[in-house]
Design a protein around this ligand. Sequence first.
Ligand code: BDR
Ligand code: CA
Length: 311
Amino acid sequence: TQKIIIDTDPGQDDAVAILLALASPELEVLGITAVAGNVPLSLTALNARKILELAQRQDIPVHAGCAAPVDRDLVTAEHVHGKSGLDGIELPEPTMPLQEQHGVDFIIDTLRSQPAGAVTLVPIGPLTNIAAAFRQAPDIAARVKQIVLMGGAYFEVGNITPAAEFNIYVDPVAAKEVFGSGVPLVVLPLDATHEALTSADWVQDMRNMSNRCGPAVASWTDFFERYDKEKYGSKGAPLHDPCTIAWLLNPKLFSGRQINVEIETEGRFTTGMTVADWWGVSDRKANALFIRHVDRDGLFALLTDRISRLP
Ligand code: BDR
Ligand code: CA
């Protein structure tokens, strides 16, 4: 099994990613660190616990990390995810506690206590916590197996500004540090995740499942779909964040290139852009596997199989 830490700002698609990980025996979720993003930190830390309780996994610790980027105000996305961040279904108030330890310290301690090269980080929100951990404890970067993240866009350009994807835009300085960390990176940008669109049939299959998690996934994707329908005229909800977990489970579902990706932190119109050298026209060193396409049918078959195993 692969050991992972999920760093997240739930978010309906974050919730599906977490459920996919919990349902997969190939993965051991060591902990969940919450970060501010889609909604403020207090809500993402709350939502993470609601999701774990839905899946009856109160044994997994949830730690709250950073409440905002170091050098700028937090940008949130209630216009996409609703006021709670997890609109679509009312989940009960969680009874499991939030851990006292700060999320950044949890990341540092876990990487130091686990064997070097054993832990994969899966950031599916802004990169604030991960960058803070690397800044506070420079020794840990060499101990990370890889970082598999959702963020960025190149051919599909932006969803929060014309040039930038949300997770990178919220904290471009953190993203720049993570992309420059030397840790092997797998990047799931909008180019791939906008192909991961739910279909009406698939959502119906989720709704018909006899467990609790299937119908919850259906109500989340129903809610999430509204925004993309209005905005992009797309049919279905893009399951951005679950692509990271799916890549870990079956990388053959994805195709991409090992390329150089730099983060714009100062552009007048382009702050937060992932400048991806897809065509290899610069002499900058490759630092990321940048995913371009996903096998949509394969992805949704995997999701159906796994979500059906949950309570
Ligand atoms: C990313 O931003 C958030 O709104 C989603 O949860 C996803 O992580 C997509 O741009
Ligand atoms: Ca997210």
